[in-house]
Design a protein. Sequence first.
Length: 264
Amino acid sequence: MKVNKSDIYVFSGTGNTLSIAKKIAEVFNSKNVLTKVHRIEATDPKNIELSSTIGIGFTVACWNTYPMVKKWLKALPVSNGTEVFLFDSMGDSSFKMIASIAKQLENKGYKIIGSKEFKMPNNFLLVEKEEKKLKKLNITMPLVEKFAEDIIAGKADAVKGGFIYCLFFSFTSLVVNTWNWKLSQKMITFKIDKQLCTKCGLCADICPKNNITMNEFPVFNNKCEICLRCISYCPVKAISSKLLYKNRTHRGIPTGEIKWRNPI
Ligand SMILES: Cc1cc2nc3c(=O)[nH]c(=O)nc-3n(C[C@H](O)[C@H](O)[C@H](O)COP(=O)(O)O)c2cc1C
Ligand code: SF4
Ligand code: SF4
């Protein structure tokens, strides 16, 4: 079927996946496929437009994706053949998790018309130096353009999984679900440097889980899914965590664009 109109739904912790979604939309719009990008955290899955060709993009986290994304996917309405393309962004490897997500959507009646995983700068642990990040982006962004063109031309490939990949996906699903446990939340703990923090409230405003309350200084509650957005975008680097290597962070897009309450 020809792609006439598209809605892309994306979750992006620190901007990498959003920059891919925006590039796909740019290519689509340049070819007269009217395309809008929406944020998963700001969209009720029950209200998505099933007559459009749908794109869904997400971050790879622990060879899986965030519980909030999985919950959103699970809540999508049953469809009768809505065309969907999938993409994700990862630092290095995902063990083909996107194939398992595709399977779940197929089981709900969606038709997968392509899927691709893109290597982007690492936002966690192995955060690369700027030069290496640029190298990665120079390789990946042309692949994103090609993927978008292939989707429109109806000749995009889909990542193939298989039994072992599905099994591993089930295992990593168990792991990411433990992130919501009280014990895990205690271990995640982010610390605020009160000398540095300007009490600007940005971290609370951009958290996709509404996990941060401003109480003079930010207070973290028990719903964090380690997307790293607050840490990465704090303008004065006042948030630190044991989870990070040398407190290195990454921003995939400018601060204004990460604010999920703003239109894209
Ligand atoms: C908690 C967490 C887990 C991650 N797990 C993986 C992983 O399993 N494999 C991988 O290649 N990258 C992993 N990454 C890196 C991100 O997938 C990668 O940097 C991605 O492009 C970030 O996208 P975003 O900015 O849209 O959130 C992880 C990042 C975080 C924060
Ligand atoms: S974004 Fe940084 S400076 Fe602003 S309130 Fe949060 S921790 Fe403080
Ligand atoms: S507290 Fe920070 S890392 Fe946790 S979900 Fe919110 S923005 Fe993401």
